[in-house]
Design a protein around this ligand. Structure first.
Ligand SMILES: [Zn+2]
Length: 420
């Protein structure tokens, strides 16, 4: 097979100047014999990678219930030659490889899905298209990590530093990044030099900036009463309606992008009851921490104003309306410039597999390390697809889908180095 060629300028630069001087990134070791063996094996085993993706995906992994999938992920890692693969106290599966004489790199796919217990996770294949909940997000990422693990052993490619190969829990909303938070703060505090998440299908787009989010359940509470008998009492549901109307009218900047959404409302006991409780789940996002704090303040002001207006509407009512916030999740934001070494290295690796690099902002496991100042990115796993987070989710195998695992390989070989 023919290996992807390194762009000429990069290859020349690699030959002539010390690594530290090359665009601040690490050179991509495409001429290394072990790297070439691994690249070839990944292409040859493209169908095997897809089998891994499908079979791991047919094990349910609802938020906080990733154990079965984690056990299977661990079993496979052990069978590839990682006998010490373990599951940490949070539920993350961790294997490692490398001489330990260079940078420490963690690469992870997430085990969890957004789908609740009882969701039918059987996949349906039609030609190159495979439909199934989580098939792209993130069974593709898990398949890339499994392929990487197997091929590193087969090709006898030993990293110079240490590479942790991980299947982590808690990426999706309710998990609130609990898996990666545990890894960064409890298992390996201060020890990870670079973090790479492989999340979903796709090509050369690199997530280098973290879209942060604040999510709350906001409760409006009062004594409640009969809709006729207690009429004239401030009404928590009406207060919430006023607050929602104010939130809906908020103006936000386009750059940095700021978004808000009242996603779920609930409450009420019957049509003729003034409810004692009305609740809404609110999500707000931005890649700017300042802008995120600002929209948070304005939403709280809208909620306070809604409650105050409802109380003022019934001056003779002594019924209070209280407002309570429960945090669903806080995802930190943060940015890395496009010339950050990890971003430069990843972009060079994207070019080396023959794709076109670009950078973007998103909300992924990389948010957490980015917010801690640890260089981190999220990459795609190859192939195409769509419908993530819906039961119609699908993945489509493309002829060059093997470049997903190859991209992961080149990035970790560049960052951790290759032992000689
Ligand atoms: Zn994902």
């Amino acid at each position: 097979m023919r290996l992807p060629s390194v762009p000429r300028a990069l290859a020349l630069a690699a030959a002539l100047v010390p690594a530290a001087l090359i665009a601040q990134g690490s050179p991509i070791p495409t001429s290394d014999a072990a790297v070439q063996r691994a690249m070839a094996a990944m292409q040859a085993q493209q169908a095997w990678t897809l089998e891994q993706q499908v079979s791991i995906c047919e094990i349910p992994a609802p938020p906080f219930m990733e154990q079965r999938r984690a056990e299977e992920f661990r079993r496979r890692m052990i069978s590839f030659g990682y006998p010490d693969t373990r599951i940490d106290t949070e539920g993350n599966v961790i294997a490692s490889i490398g001489r330990g004489d260079g940078p420490t790199v963690m690469i992870a796919g997430h085990l969890d899905t957004v789908f609740p217990e009882g969701t039918d996770v059987k996949t349906v294949r039609t030609g190159n298209r495979i439909a199934g909940p989580g098939i792209g997000d993130d069974c593709r990422g898990l398949a890339v990590v499994l392929t990487l693990a197997k091929v590193l052993k087969e090709a006898k490619l030993e990293p110079r530093g240490t590479v942790y190969l991980v299947g982590n829990v808690g990426e999706e909303g309710p998990g609130n990044l609990r898996g990666v938070r545990h890894l960064m703060t409890k298992e390996f505090p201060g020890k990870i030099d670079f973090f790479i998440s492989v999340d979903g299908q796709g090509g050369g787009s690199i997530t280098s900036r973290a879209v942060g989010s604040h999510r709350y359940t906001i409760s409006f509470e009062g004594p409640g009463g009969h809709s006729y008998g207690a009429f004239g009492m401030a009404n928590p549901m009406h207060a919430m309606g006023r607050a929602i109307a104010k939130i809906a009218d908020l103006q936000v900047p386009g750059s940095p992008k700021v978004t808000f959404n009242v996603g779920i409302v609930r409450g009420g006991t019957s049509v003729n009851t003034i409810t004692p409780l009305a609740q809404m789940d609110v999500d707000m996002r931005s890649e700017s921490a300042t802008a995120l704090d600002d929209i948070d303040r304005r939403i709280r002001a809208a909620v306070d104003a809604g409650a105050a207006e409802e109380r003022a509407r019934w001056p003779n009512s002594r019924a209070p309306i209280t407002v309570k916030y429960d945090t669903i999740g806080i995802r930190p934001t943060g940015g890395q410039a496009d010339n950050a070494p990890i971003v430069q290295t990843a972009m060079a690796a994207v070019r080396a597999v023959g794709w076109t690099p670009s950078t973007s902002a998103s909300s992924t496991d990389a948010n957490l390390p980015i917010s801690m100042g640890i260089p981190a990115i999220t990459i795609n796993g190859g192939g195409t697809g769509g419908g993530a987070h819906g039961t119609q989710e699908y993945y489509e195998e493309t002829p060059d889908a093997y470049k997903g695992p190859q991209l992961a390989l080149l990035i970790i070989a560049a960052l951790a180095g290759v032992a000689r």
